[in-house]
Ligand binder design. Structure first.
Ligand code: AMP
Ligand code: MG
Length: 351
């Protein structure tokens, strides 16, 4: 299949590109497009066959449900049962935005979209191009990250092309995304609501609006043997090809230990990558250092995470050592993705 690739400017949106994307979606095809979190791979969520094509193109396990993207609140009633009062409050505050909520589904949503579940995950993205494409495509667009399953999520159209060119109908290139990690997932079918995946909308932000919010235990105790409540979280997502290890503890000791490990692996002939910050940029003496952002503003770290993991893949890196980050605010999403990418290989250095 030849993949159409079209650039579009959010400020001066080309209607022809939007209409073309919309037509492909309404005809049951696949279109990748930018959102504020990561690039999504869209298909008509109410068309089981179309949704099925997403699983094939990504190589995604069929029990891993899709998030349905909508462009306005009015669309909700067609796909969800009654909206709990708290969900209404949360939607008014955080939609459009990087937050997905889970509700009971109506019959309009095929089981092929929800991985067989009788609940549906819904999000309204805060991205003008995404919302125009959703509207043009019929209003209900299933859109998981537009990567091959198991690879880091795409934050640019080039990442999408690397993984999916030739396998999907169209890529709409709207430039690099803003946030860089996937949406927060909040289960509204339980009381109190439960976070199944951390993202840019944090527990603190949600709790200050609606009171207690719980967090899926498997996120807090990542080594626990229990299955995560979001089916997709059990897979080793976001994985680079290299062996990634996270080093935690006092930052100067972390730097020292990374230098030691990097020297050891380099001496054995391996290619070593290092993920550090602008605060530590001058501190590494060996290995391929990449600056992920600044500790003063961890949103910069979220924005660069997946791109850096992909860069190390194309460099043929064997071992990656990464500094760790706080678990406050967006830090909880960063550490969740980083730990998954590391397959939970974490070294704690002592003072
Ligand atoms: P992705 O869109 O690729 O970032 O992945 C979607 C995530 O949402 C996966 O981890 C899914 O398991 C989760 N998800 C989607 N629908 C549901 C649902 N109905 N219940 C629980 N988790 C869901
Ligand atoms: Mg994904």
């Amino acid at each position: 299949m030849k993949t159409i690739i079209e650039r579009i400017d959010a400020e001066q949106m080309n209607r022809e590109t939007i209409e073309k994307a919309g037509r492909i979606l309404r005809d049951g095809g696949l279109v990748a497009f930018p959102t504020e979190t990561v690039y999504g791979l869209g298909a008509d969520a109410l068309n089981e066959q179309a949704a099925g094509k997403i699983y094939a193109a990504k190589g995604r396990p069929s029990d891993n449900p899709l998030i349905v993207h909508v462009a306005d609140m009015e669309s909700l009633t067609r796909i969800t049962g009654t909206i709990p009062e708290k969900a209404g409050m949360i939607a008014r505050e955080f939609w459009p935005g990087p937050l997905t909520m889970i509700f009971r589904k109506t019959r309009a949503v095929p089981f092929g979209t929800t991985g067989g579940l009788d609940t549906v995950a819904v999000r309204m993205p805060d991205h003008a191009i995404a919302r125009e494409i959703i509207r043009a495509g019929g209003g209900f667009i299933a859109a998981p990250s537009a990567n091959t399953s198991g690879r880091p999520s795409p934050t640019t159209a080039q990442h999408v092309e690397e993984d999916l060119a030739g396998k999907i109908d169209m890529v709409v290139d709207g430039g690099a995304v803003e946030i860089g990690v996937e949406s927060t997932i909040l289960d509204m079918t339980v009381e109190p609501p439960m976070i199944l995946r951390p993202g840019a909308v944090t527990r603190e932000m949600l709790e200050s609006l609606v009171g207690k919010v719980s967090v899926d235990k498997t996120l807090i105790e990542p080594d626990s043997r229990k299955a995560p409540k979001a089916p997709g979280m059990k897979y080793r997502h976001y994985a680079p090809k290299a062996d990634l290890t996270i080093l935690e503890g006092d930052l100067s000791r972390v730097v020292e230990e990374i230098n030691r490990l990097a020297a050891e692996k380099t001496a054995k002939g391996y290619k070593v990558g290092i993920i550090g910050t602008s605060e530590t940029a001058g501190s590494y003496s060996i290995g391929n250092f990449k600056c992920i952002g600044t500790r003063q503003d961890e949103t910069s770290v979220a924005g660069n995470l997946y791109g850096i993991l992909r860069d190390f893949d194309s460099d043929g890196t064997d071992y990656i050592y990464s500094e760790s980050f706080s678990t406050c605010g967006i830090g909880s999403a960063i550490m969740n993705r980083l730990q998954k990418a590391a397959g939970h290989r974490i070294i704690h250095v002592d003072k």
